[in-house]
Ligand binder design. Structure first.
Ligand code: SF4
Length: 371
């Protein structure tokens, strides 16, 4: 059952309004929907970046539930107005395609197939668009769409260090990109992706001064944390996604082979290298973890020095969880308020993170609740 969208405009705080928008999505006129760019690979591929006031957020626009959302865009005058149940709330702008999308490599690969713009100033890439977890549909993470953009021809399977360096340099010079997120599918090697992140970071840092967050599963040998740091990776993300062990087994059977205990040890090892607040994790709220389970986990993470970036789950079309409902704003708001209070006690702040999702913050309103 999908949650019924609210039928009444609300008069809540701006962060509550954005939380509602991120959980319910934004309905676009069909013409607008095709004008906007589709995304894929790293990050939320059914989202679109929109700016409200001085805040840019990622909002689901291509998910099925967005078609039922009370939020829509009125384009009847020369501005875009965000409406809730037909009542104007605020002016919004859509983040345009960056200039680097117009370029190709010497061998004809569009730069947009190598890395994409996230939010308004983040460059994001999935270095390996293949994953051992994804090879078996039975073991794949049920929310993941890593293979879809590859099949659709919107990206390439392996971005070389030289390609990434070329695109990163152009994105900084042409579009003022401020930091970069490099995630990867997991290869069948014990480094679990750390080695390709190192090779990529070395090449990028030789070409351009750009803070980088690497994202991978915990490498088997903790020596990789130092290697990643030495290669130029400034911050590290290792993503739990789900925190309740039985739910991890159900929703991500392959990835759950690395247990919560393995992750907690990995976080401790990584913080020893990258420092407090420079290691983060992504938690998808709404997949069945209770608010209590998430906040108990966040308490432990923050004590270790890990920033827990908690985002509302948004179903992606074509995945086994495409019909799973997003969480409600009533679930998300108290959860994010609690985590923000925990972050304040642990003296962790999104603004202190050198690069990556926690610093960007566009997929969640967590940073808006920070004290
Ligand atoms: S938080 Fe920012 S960088 Fe991370 S997935 Fe969302 S838009 Fe991309």
């Amino acid at each position: 059952m999908k949650p019924k969208p609210s039928s009444m405009p609300t008069s809540h705080s701006p962060q509550r309004m954005i939380t509602e928008l991120q959980t319910q999505g934004l309905r676009l006129a069909s013409g607008k929907s095709t004008q906007l760019r589709r995304k894929g690979g790293a990050g939320p591929s059914d989202h679109q970046a929109i700016t409200i006031g001085d805040t840019t957020v990622m909002v689901p626009v291509y998910s099925d539930s967005a078609w039922e959302s009370p939020f829509s865009v009125d384009e009847s005058n020369d501005r875009n107005s965000l409406n809730q149940d037909g009542i104007p709330l605020a002016d919004i702008t859509f983040v345009n395609n960056p200039k680097f999308y117009e370029l190709h490599t010497a061998d004809g690969i569009p730069y947009s197939h190598i890395a994409t713009l996230h939010s308004r100033d983040v460059l994001a890439t999935t270095v390996l668009q293949t994953c051992i977890r994804y090879e078996s549909r039975r073991k794949a993470c049920k929310f993941c769409s890593i293979g879809q953009s590859l099949r659709a021809g919107r990206t390439i399977a392996h971005k070389t260090p030289q390609q990434l360096a070329e695109v990163a340099k152009a994105a900084v010079e042409l579009d003022g990109i401020q930091h970069m997120v490099m995630t990867t599918g997991t290869p069948a090697t014990p480094d679990r992706g750390a080695a390709v992140l190192c090779d990529s970071a070395l090449a990028i840092k030789a070409a351009v001064d750009l803070p980088i967050q690497g994202q991978c599963e915990p490498p088997k040998d903790p020596i990789w944390y130092q290697r990643m740091k030495d290669a130029g990776i400034d911050a590290l993300g290792m993503h739990l996604e789900v925190v309740t062990p039985a739910l991890r087994d159900e929703l991500m059977p392959g990835k759950a082979e690395l247990t919560m205990d393995v992750y907690m040890q990995a976080f401790a090892d990584a913080v020893a290298v990258f420092g407090r607040g420079q290691v983060s994790t992504y938690i998808l709220a709404g997949l069945g973890d209770s608010a209590e389970a998430i906040t108990a986990c966040c308490e432990k993470l923050i004590a270790l020095g890990v920033y827990p970036f908690v985002v509302p789950f948004v179903p992606i079309r074509g995945t086994p969880l495409e019909d799973h409902p997003a969480p409600t704003a009533d679930f998300m708001e108290p959860l994010l308020e609690t985590i923000a209070a925990q972050l304040a006690s642990g003296q962790l702040r999104s603004t202190d993170i050198k690069a990556g999702c926690g610093r960007c913050g566009a997929c969640s309103t967590l940073s808006k609740y920070e004290h």
